[in-house]
Design a protein around this ligand. Structure first.
Ligand code: DPM
Length: 373
């Protein structure tokens, strides 16, 4: 791992690596130690990490340092993500640094975090969700404003099986081709390569990098439901690091957390990942959490979509409170356990409903086709 920011002083480094008691970063002999935050090196990842650090600064006077590193996902650029077959593509190296106590926390896009985290790791906070939907971005100077204006055979760039499966249903005459690289690389390929007429990208990433002007259209969930956790930032830390968990609890967003617990629990039961087309849409209204979820065949010809709701107010809504305070990898120290349990149960129930209707056949077929195509 290569450090790109200021070196931690030797004394502090030893302290961190020795794994002295949790809470060590808050004060030592009256001197605040630095909290080290791990991040990928891409512009988007660094923006996200700086955002989280700024949010944390509003609640504490602790000093922060950012430690950047490359991940497998950053290094392998010529293969579609769904083909690489490694679950924690964008997270592994960062998690190793967490485990070695080189960093206290790591900032991720929640949708890049698998539903099962390495043992001893948890998500200590999920921040307020950005726009969770997908967006259409056309090649610069293209005359189009919507996908339905495109001529037959037009090429759309995306490596997401979820996006392709859903869009093929609505736009059977469009072609889809993989595009990789970080956001700016993709936009450059779009504008310069003459391969793609448009890309499908998460609105959240574009908004964060001040590229909202490139968004021609936001796709409604009727056309394209989003990926589990899309638009939300998650901060991972060690499960036994109570001081960091306390610190992180200050920047967690309750509604986003409940929605994402439900989405991730849905995904976990379906054993989804980026190698299968699974999509969701969730929202809270009048204390009722609704989760809509779908599974699709790769070509979109088969799909199962359903939705369920749960009353978050009711302590006694049939949901058994669990012993574990970890909900699909998420710890929310100051949130009501009955709400987190209700959200987790909602995701499981919706997944079981779809499995009863034949979701496993669709997913099995999609996994097989994806591995051989
Ligand atoms: C995952 C997917 C993609 C990313 C698959 C999916 C998109 C891959 C592609 C799991 N991670 O969405 O169905 O389009 O080729 C990723 C992006 C963000 C986080 C970029 C994007 C930014 C938005 C966010 C890549 N991970 O989706 O356009 O923080 O949610």
């Amino acid at each position: 791992m290569k450090r790109c920011t200021e070196e931690i002083s030797q004394a502090k480094k030893t302290k961190i690596e020795n794994g002295s008691s949790s809470g060590e970063h808050l004060h030592e002999n009256g001197v605040a130690l630095k909290v080290q935050v791990g991040s990928r090196k891409s512009q988007l990842a660094l923006f996200q990490t700086n955002y989280v650090v700024n949010e944390l600064r509003k609640h504490s006077n602790i000093e922060y340092g950012i430690v950047t590193m490359n991940t497998i996902g950053d290094n392998i650029l010529n293969v579609a993500l769904s083909k690489i077959g490694e679950k924690s593509l964008f997270t592994k190296e960062l998690e190793v640094a967490l485990e070695k106590r080189e960093v206290h926390m790591v900032v991720h896009s929640l949708k890049d975090l698998p539903t099962s985290l390495p043992s001893g790791m948890v998500i200590g906070a999920i921040c307020l969700r950005e726009n969770p939907y997908d967006a259409v971005v056309f090649r610069s100077h293209a005359k189009y404003k919507e996908l339905n204006e495109l001529p037959e055979g037009s090429v759309i760039g995306t490596s997401s099986l979820r996006r392709i499966a859903q869009l093929k249903r609505c736009y059977p005459k469009l072609n889809f081709q993989s595009v990789r690289g970080n956001l700016n690389t993709r936009l450059r390929k779009l504008d310069e390569d003459q391969t793609y007429i448009a890309l499908i990208l998460a609105a959240a990433g574009l908004n964060r990098l001040d590229l909202s002007h490139r968004i021609a259209k936001i796709l409604s969930p009727k056309t394209c439901m989003y990926a589990v956790g899309q638009g939300a930032l998650a901060i991972e830390c060690r499960e036994d690091d109570v001081a960091t968990l306390e610190l992180l609890s200050k920047i967690s967003d309750e509604e986003t957390t409940l929605c994402c617990v439900a989405e991730r629990s849905f995904m976990k039961v379906l054993e989804g990942g980026c190698s299968v087309p699974v999509a969701v849409h969730s929202y809270i209204k009048d204390n009722k959490l609704t989760l809509k979820g779908g599974v699709f065949s790769l070509d979109g010809s088969k799909c199962l979509i359903d939705e369920l709701s749960t009353d978050l107010n009711s302590v006694n809504n049939g949901v058994i409170e669990r012993d574990s305070k970890v909900h699909v990898g998420i710890v929310a120290l100051h949130m009501a356990e009955h709400m987190l349990s209700a959200s987790e149960t909602l995701g499981q129930d919706l997944a079981l409903m779809l499995l009863q209707k034949g979701a496993s056949e669709i997913l099995k077929e999609a996994r097989m086709e994806n591995s051989i195509s």
